[in-house]
Write a protein that binds this ligand. Sequence first.
Ligand SMILES: Cc1c2[nH]c(c1CCC(=O)O)Cc1[nH]c(c(CCC(=O)O)c1C)Cc1[nH]c(c(CCC(=O)O)c1C)Cc1[nH]c(c(C)c1CCC(=O)O)C2
Length: 354
Amino acid sequence: MTKLKNDTFLRALLRQPTEYTPVWMMRQAGRYLPEYRRTRSRAGDFLGLCKNPDLATEATLQPLARFPLDAAILFSDILTIPDAMGLGLYFSTGEGPKFKRPLHDEKEIYDLVVPDLVHLRYVMDAVSQIRKALNNEVPLIGFAGSPFTLACYMVEGRSSSDFIRVKTMLYQRPELLHHILDVNARAVTVYLNAQIEAGAQAVMIFDSWGGALSHAAYHEFSLAYTKQIVEGLKHEHDGAKVPCIVFTKGGGLWLESIAASGCEAIGLDWTVDIGEARRRVGDKVALQGNLDPAVLFSNPDTIHAEVGKVLHSYGSGSGHVFNLGHGISQFTKPENAAAMVAAVHELSRQYHSN
Ligand SMILES: Cc1c2[nH]c(c1CCC(=O)O)Cc1[nH]c(c(CCC(=O)O)c1C)Cc1[nH]c(c(CCC(=O)O)c1C)Cc1[nH]c(c(C)c1CCC(=O)O)C2
């Protein structure tokens, strides 16, 4: 078992005592950092950066060099899986991800199989290289998309705001969507377990679009498959527990069912009061979140006050990992991210009496 110099993040996820509230930021490596933009231009484009383990390691470490964050997250993307399935992922500047061969007809859907890990070898290489470079300073988070969120991109072929194709399939040909979701769930399980074997010390499942579903559809088409993954994960590696965080954007109504999925922690977006969330599920899981990323457009004094409100709402004791309620915007000033991290470390000590 490797000993971490700072394991505050892992202890908070396991609801064990800590001296302060650990903090990291979703999308902490990204376009708001000038050094990231330079690394990306050396790689050619975003996907080239994900597929080059040396440059992915460099990007992962950039935010840690600037801010005293309590965790690193693998630099990659959730869409590596559909890419490895042969859908032809590409990113056109300013328009987000697209697929050359989205899933439109029945034959394409029934031909879909769990990809061979050789096509995702570059991700595991990045994980082991990042672990070496981190030198046990802080833990490394691995991640994947939820089966439903991946299916949104695979069926729509690109980002969408109304999800017309995937929702039409859900109501008109549910068996086709169930087939995609089953393949995705098996693929994500194998993929996350490979990241854990390669050195990821916690994993996070991003269900960015589960919140677009109705109550019943969320349970049947999103949570059921996320649960299947959580059940198939390795919960221990190298003598240490490997906690799993489930983040459903817009999932505030369903915290009790998410907590029952078997995950160690729930990621919260900013629409939820974290204290109320704790009263609902805090005896079962840890909570991660949930500052509105837009707070970082303000100024250090406002950021300090808003961080204070989230910490106060959660209250005393362990089980809270501070984060934004969604990814940091590319238009954020890095010094405002620094102010947030400093405020969490300063203000949270009063809530931890040990
Ligand atoms: C839906 C989703 C995707 N990717 C991801 C999600 C789930 C999280 C969420 O809800 O935001 C997850 C993701 N994407 C990225 C990470 C890296 C790790 C981190 O720092 O948190 C993680 C965890 C890098 C990235 N992924 C992407 C970038 C920007 C690409 C660039 O450099 O131009 C980064 C740093 C591109 C990406 N990738 C995706 C989209 C929709 C986009 C375009 C969005 C945009 O333009 O802001 C798919």
